[in-house]
Design a protein around this ligand. Structure first.
Ligand code: HEC
Length: 488
């Protein structure tokens, strides 16, 4: 299936999938940085939620009373949505809406869309340079009746948010609309500049037309009072997109590194080309990982592998209508695997591929030139190889870092389904440059980059100028040949 029109092709797609990768001076990580990633998954929660009888106080208390604490969560209908108090939080907090120098933002994984019934992660970001305590409340309403028609359902994913009913009590709600809002822990008193809240929203199970999320955020000064806080509002309309049953043609499943159909090794990235695969287009991102576990579906798209009659799910790194990238698990059994793409409208007919150990492939920049970096982290390649990025050819004798997928077992073992840390391979691969054996100094998995390995290789001193083939091998299986440009 390679060739044809430009697509989000395998190697490129894989790089695009490397979230935040812009041909930078560091590794092609799947996350902006491991630190960001760890911070993010650190917030996804195992903390048990403490239930507080929070709204009892409100029943008889007027807004102007400051005798009762409120930082544990606002009253219902304070989002500024139609049907809610139009002053939002400023019905109690002093000041004018949206007059500070901060903002509240709604961040969605796949843009302003929803797939009926498919849960999605929502991030609310409240920021203000001068503030240090944070709160929010969000509503989801059908555009057809925004004052009273609840759209879908909110679900907290950690201890920083909670859901309340229209009557200010906890779920189940007897009637009316619902709200998600901060908890006391979520206000993170003392955190300067801003915070994010994350939670899930499950849209209506069937197409209910456009839906709008409304949010009000409080950038507060942390004085447990109603003065000198800045209140912001924002909203976003989400339009429904409806999946269609996926179709994968024969030959549509191949190594993501080479785009050549054939056997693929465990712990390698595999690409599926077809039609109607996903209803959205995106790579995985930090919000798809819970406690370091790789996602088994993105926007409702999963990949079902069947080995010896036993089905299991692969890890999905990229979805679009025409392409899905998945990671074959480290512990995938060897033999013939049936691959099927599933979404909420159906499942594709099985396509059989072979799995064999010891068939690593090098990642390329363009399907031809190997993706590599020099010892100083700068990009390998003849000048102009990647538009807008500086690159330099290889010098004989220098040590380069290449990236491969499916490069074998490691010690400590890489654990299926978890974000890896750096771990050396048990057997160093053999690498040839220009047909001559090169010294491989080390090879390991990469912290934070599932399915990718880095291999450090010394270019043989006698390598001639010009484009030279680079091949990697474990055991007896050669990778597809890639190129590097050598210039002494
Ligand atoms: C019904 C009145 C009322 C409404 C409406 C209201 N608040 Fe408050 N809020 C209070 C009171 C009273 C306090 C002070 C007591 C406290 O901090 O516990 C407070 C304090 C806070 C604090 C801590 C402030 C600080 O500086 O320490 C945050 C954060 C907060 N509210 C968020 C919100 C958000 C977000 C909204 C709108 C979605 C909102 N509140 C709407 C009454 C209200």
């Amino acid at each position: 299936m390679p060739g044809g029109a430009i697509r989000e092709s395998g190697p490129r797609g894989l790089l695009l999938q490397a979230q935040g990768y812009r041909v930078r001076q560091d590794l092609p990580r799947f996350y902006n940085s491991p630190t960001t990633f760890l911070t993010d998954i650190g917030t996804v929660g195992t903390m048990s939620r403490v239930s507080i009888p929070k709204f009892l106080f409100f029943i008889a208390v007027s807004c102007t009373s400051q005798a009762f604490a409120h930082s544990w969560g606002p009253a219902a209908r304070a989002t500024g949505a139609p049907g809610d108090d139009s002053k939002a939080c400023t019905s109690c907090h002093t000041g004018t809406l949206n007059s500070g120098s901060g903002s509240v933002k709604i961040i969605l994984q796949s843009g302003a869309v929803y797939i009926p019934g498919v849960r999605q992660r929502v991030t609310v970001q409240v920021s203000d340079p001068a503030k240090q305590r944070w709160g929010f409340e969000m509503a989801a309403r059908l555009n057809s009746k925004p004052e009273t028609a609840q759209a879908g359902e909110f679900t907290p994913v950690d201890s920083q948010t909670q859901v309340i009913c229209e009557d200010n009590g906890p779920r189940p709600c007897t009637t009316g609309v619902t709200f998600i809002q901060h908890t006391t822990a979520g206000t993170r008193n003392g955190t300067q500049g801003g915070v994010s809240f994350q939670f899930d929203w499950t849209p209506p199970a069937t197409n209910a037309g456009p839906v709008t999320l409304y949010v009000a955020g409080n950038a507060a000064n942390g004085d447990n009072n109603l003065t000198n806080d800045n209140i912001y509002t924002s909203s976003v309309q989400l339009n429904p997109v409806t999946p269609v049953a996926p179709v994968v043609p024969t030959g549509g499943v191949m190594s993501a590194a080479t785009l050549v159909p054939g056997s693929v090794p465990p712990n390698s990235w595999v690409t599926v080309y077809g039609s109607n695969l996903g209803a959205t287009t995106r790579s995985w991102n930090e919000t798809d990982f819970a406690n370091g576990a790789l996602p088994m579906s993105l926007d409702g798209v999963s990949v079902v592998l069947t080995v010896f009659g036993a089905p299991r799910l692969a890890y999905v790194g990229y979805v679009s209508p025409t392409q899905v990238n998945f990671l074959l698990p480290v512990d995938a059994l060897q033999g013939n695997i049936q691959v099927q793409v599933r979404n909420s409208a159906g499942i594709s007919a099985p396509i059989q591929i072979g799995t064999t150990a010891n068939s690593p492939q090098l990642l390329t920049l363009d399907g031809k030139y190997a993706l590599g970096v020099h010892a100083d982290g700068s990009l390998l390649g003849k000048t102009g190889l990647v538009a807008g990025a500086a690159s330099a050819p290889a010098q004989p004798g220098e040590t380069l870092t290449f990236y491969c997928t499916g490069c074998g077992a490691t010690t400590p073992a890489t654990i299926s389904g978890l974000v890896p840390t750096k771990s050396s391979v048990n057997t160093l691969p053999v690498v040839t440059v220009g047909g001559a054996a090169a010294t491989v100094t080390s090879a390991s998995t990469i912290t934070g980059s599932p399915g990718l390995y880095q291999v450090n290789v010394q270019v043989p001193a006698a390598t001639a100028n010009g484009d030279q083939p680079v091949v990697i091998r474990l055991g007896t299986t050669n990778s597809v040949s890639t190129l590097i440009t050598v210039q002494r």
